[in-house]
Design a protein around this ligand. Structure first.
Ligand SMILES: Nc1ncnc2c1ncn2[C@@H]1O[C@H](COP(=O)(O)OP(=O)(O)O)[C@@H](O)[C@H]1O
Ligand SMILES: [Mg+2]
Length: 250
């Protein structure tokens, strides 16, 4: 299914520090969109705005509009919105006191599902989508913390997918992982885009080039350039994008 996500004149602040300035961006459905840019340019703030997490931080403020499937996210209950917009963080964060199985179905349970067979079906489906099922199917009752870092991150992806979001936000999801686990996650992202709209923050330009259909370059809270990844990396239109991708700053 396709989902439209449109960001209009988005501005964000922490206290008096404005970290996003007039961002306009159409995020393409069933695509992987990468957000790149130097540290502190507002990448994390941007993705946190999309599931309305930014505004929960004390002193944080947001202005502008984000439209998901034709509806303003600000007119929706944040709890409902976060079912549609899943998030995977930089550091894998399984719920420490829960088993692998309990981790995956935690969100679905929270939404009121109690039927054991349904929950088991959702757990298997989500773990398969996260390419983790074969590795954990015989130890679903082990702690989520018993897994390797890369497995924990796939568990967190399974947990996000279990509630069937339409958009998946990933903030540097592979930056804490070793190269093999990173390739695993990248392969998974390529597969997931068939069903999801994926927005991935990465500081790794090779990674953006490998997995993203389109890439957006942020600098000092502004969106400088957004377009097909191949164009951004081979023929950037803005001098600042070119300077960044050729390593002249950042
Ligand atoms: N919780 C916070 N409180 C105050 N300032 C913050 C907070 N998080 C980020 N910032 C500031 O907002 C700016 C953008 O940060 P961030 O979105 O984390 O950038 P990036 O993810 O691109 O590194 C930076 O100047 C950073 O210091
Ligand atoms: Mg960040």
């Amino acid at each position: 299914m396709s989902h439209s996500l449109s960001v209009r004149q988005l501005e964000a602040w922490y206290g008096s520090n404005q970290t996003l300035k007039g961002i306009n961006m159409e995020i393409i459905s069933n695509h992987v969109t990468a957000i790149i840019g130097p540290s502190g340019c507002g990448k994390s703030t941007f993705v946190r705005c999309i599931n309305r997490m930014h505004e929960t931080l004390s002193g944080a403020k947001v202005k502008g509009e984000i439209i998901l499937d034709g509806k303003s996210i600000y007119e929706q209950d944040p709890v409902v919105l976060r079912k549609m917009v899943g998030m995977v963080f930089q550091k894998p964060n399984p719920f420490p006191s829960m088993s692998i199985y309990e981790n995956v179905v935690a969100g679905v349970r929270l939404n009121g599902m109690r039927d054991k067979q349904t929950l088991q079906g959702i757990a298997e489906k989500s773990l398969r989508m996260a390419a983790l099922w074969d590795e954990v199917k015989d130890r679903l009752n082990y702690s989520g913390m018993s897994l390797s870092g890369g497995q924990q991150q796939r568990l967190c992806i399974a947990r996000a997918l279990a509630v069937e979001p339409s958009v998946l936000l990933m903030d540097e999801p592979a930056s804490a992982l070793d190269p093999i686990a990173t390739l695993h996650i990248e392969e998974l992202i390529r597969q997931l885009k068939e069903d999801y709209t994926i927005l991935i923050v990465t500081h790794n330009m090779q990674q953006a080039a490998r997995i993203a259909d389109s890439t957006a370059f942020f600098l000092s809270g502004e969106l400088i350039e957004h377009g097909p990844t191949s164009g951004i990396f081979t023929n950037p239109k803005d001098k600042r994008t070119e300077d960044y991708i050729t390593g002249r700053f950042g």
